[in-house]
Design a protein around this ligand. Structure first.
Ligand code: CP3
Length: 344
């Protein structure tokens, strides 16, 4: 029996609907869990936790032990790629990431052309530790940020409400911006291949900021680079299973799916169900899309929202997830309520 035949999560990505949808949550290792907060306090800074293989493996496994999800996602961050490119990256408590801004062509001229993957050896080690401890039927997900989303943080040096600095730079200096994207494409291919080699069973490409782009820019800066990553990974690992998450892509999801060749798309809670079923789920698996805020709410509102998600998508190839990451204030009892409701 091929290894994937015992993993319901991988089976969905291979095109086989499961009667009970496999489930996991974006940001499932995180601050809503007391056992995470304990390890996080012990580790020092956030990047210290990402780069401590034993502790990163431990927090990756915590939500699996507690909830029995069908997939674990390796604990790391999308901004480890700028770090491996030699950029300064820090995480300020309560404020989010801070990088040295890369906001003009002269600075782009100094950007390294290759990531030093040696700096990410602890991530690969964490993957090996997790894979060795994880039951065979549970999938291990590796990930990276899509070049567009990673570039938005590199250009601005931080998160902003609408990532205007990167959008401005792409208009003003398209050649310099394309150089950042090219470097990220090449680094991401190598990073994802190394994660597969270390034991990842599937990959997710997070394009959190895809939805701020007009259609032509979306095609150029989100779709095309993602396609190059998918092709680059599959050139070495032809059957690599890849999930794309172009958050906010809305009406452009069918074009994204067709052009990138991903096996599944993760959809946010604003997606229109009929459109997704007819134009997206007809060709690939769909993952999503419970509103993280209704998971905070709980009660009858949560039950109703879960039933809606199942009614909308569970007749096809489907992975139950949230529409974006779980929020730190989410009660654990509500996650348990969700698991019972989905699994029946
Ligand atoms: O999903 C998981 O459990 C795996 C771990 C994971 C993290 N970040 C851990 C993390 C994953 C997959 C990410 C991806 C990521 N990181 C994205 C794309 C997905 C998304 O959520 O939109 C983005 C945009 C980032 C960049 C990033 N990292 C930001 C903007 C922040 C600050 C916001 C926040 O929630 O604090 C981070 C920090 C971060 N990454 C935390 C975690 C658990 C919180 C840090 C902490 O524990 O103190």
């Amino acid at each position: 029996m091929p290894q994937s035949a015992i993993k319901p999560f991988i089976d969905v990505l291979s095109g086989q609907r499961q009667s009970i949808p496999p489930m996991w949550m974006m940001r499932q290792a995180g601050r809503y869990l007391p056992e995470y907060r304990e390890v996080r306090a012990k580790a020092g800074g956030f990047l210290d936790l990402c780069f401590n293989p034993e502790l990163a493996a431990e927090v990756t496994l915590q939500p699996i032990r507690r909830f029995g999800f069908n997939a674990a996602i390796i604990f790391s961050d999308i901004l480890v790629i700028p770090y491996a490119l030699g950029r300064a990256v820090r995480f300020e408590v309560g404020e989010g990431p801070r990088l040295e801004p890369l906001d003009d062509p002269a600075k782009v001229g100094t950007l390294a052309t290759r990531a030093d993957l040696g700096k990410l050896a602890p991530v690969f080690e964490a993957l090996r530790i997790v894979r060795a401890q994880l039951a065979p039927e549970i999938a291990l997900i590796g990930f990276c940020g899509a070049p567009w989303t990673v570039a938005t943080y590199m250009v601005a040096g931080q998160g902003t409400p609408d990532q205007a600095p990167a959008r401005m730079m792409a208009y003003r200096h398209p050649e310099a911006f394309a150089k950042i994207i090219d470097v990220l494409v090449e680094s991401s291919i190598e990073y994802l291949l190394a994660q597969l080699a270390a034991g990842a069973d599937a990959l997710q490409i997070f394009d959190t900021w895809a939805g701020v782009l007009p259609p032509a820019e979306f095609a150029r800066w989100s779709v095309a680079p993602t396609r190059r990553i998918v092709e680059g990974v599959r050139a070495k690992v032809p059957d690599a299973k890849i999930i794309g998450f172009p958050r906010g892509a809305g009406a452009q999801l069918p074009a994204y799916v067709e052009a990138t060749g991903v096996n599944a798309v993760s959809i946010d809670w604003t997606a229109e169900p009929g459109f997704i079923r007819e134009r997206v789920q007809s060709t690939v698996a769909v993952q999503g899309n419970l509103d993280p805020l209704v998971l905070i709410t709980g009660g009858a509102a949560l039950d109703r929202a879960i039933d809606d998600v199942l009614a909308n998508f569970a007749q096809g190839r489907f992975i139950f997830n949230l529409g974006h990451g779980i929020q730190p204030e989410t009660p654990i009892a509500h996650v348990e309520q969700m698991l019972r409701r989905v699994r029946g």
